[in-house]
Design a protein around this ligand. Structure first.
Ligand code: COA
Length: 140
């Protein structure tokens, strides 16, 4: 299958579409101000994927400081690709872009939370080199 998606930074005009994708794909939904706040604070790591002029996926992050020391870490807050656009490399491309963009904030480490049952996402993160450091009960 040939795909022609484009990866670019989020702009405020994308908000409704990104919220729609979030609500379609994930049980963790956020207010518009939550998305806007993340964008205003960390614009480089709020990324969308566009296919035929329509946004079909997004990934967004927060940059956080570790408890010890000053090291900055990128925290992946949310990523989703619309079901009909999955398995075409979009999720992988979004993650690569986000991790690259974290360097602009001097964050050289990235972490995230994922349900133990979410095999597609876990496989995606493993493919990118993530490793499991902790399993928390009742996190979600
Ligand atoms: N089963 C197993 N592995 C899968 C998978 C599936 N259904 N979908 C993706 N993967 C893994 C594979 O390792 C794949 O590499 P491969 O194609 O070489 O096998 C890799 O992820 C990259 O796949 P890609 O096509 O880039 O992913 P995607 O565009 O389909 O997006 C998600 C992956 C997780 C973003 C997408 O499934 C999604 O939006 N899920 C719902 C939202 C969600 O769960 N977000 C994560 C919350 S932590």
């Amino acid at each position: 299958m040939q795909t022609t998606f484009k990866i670019r930074r989020f702009t405020p005009a994308d908000l409704d579409r990104v919220m729609h994708i979030n609500q379609t794909c994930l049980p963790e939904n956020y207010s518009s101000s939550f998305f806007t706040d993340l964008y205003e604070r960390f614009p480089h790591t709020f990324i969308v994927a566009e296919e035929n002029g329509q946004i079909v996926g997004y990934a967004m992050c927060r940059i956080e400081r570790g408890i010890i020391g000053l090291a900055k870490k990128g925290h992946l807050i949310s990523i989703a690709v619309l079901p009909e656009h999955r398995r075409q490399g979009i999720g992988y491309a979004l993650m690569l872009e986000v991790m690259q963009a974290m360097l602009l904030y001097e964050a050289t480490e990235c972490f995230l939370e994922v349900r133990v049952s979410n095999t597609p996402a876990i496989d995606l993160y493993k493919k990118l080199g993530f490793r499991i450091t902790q399993t928390k009960k009742s996190y979600y």
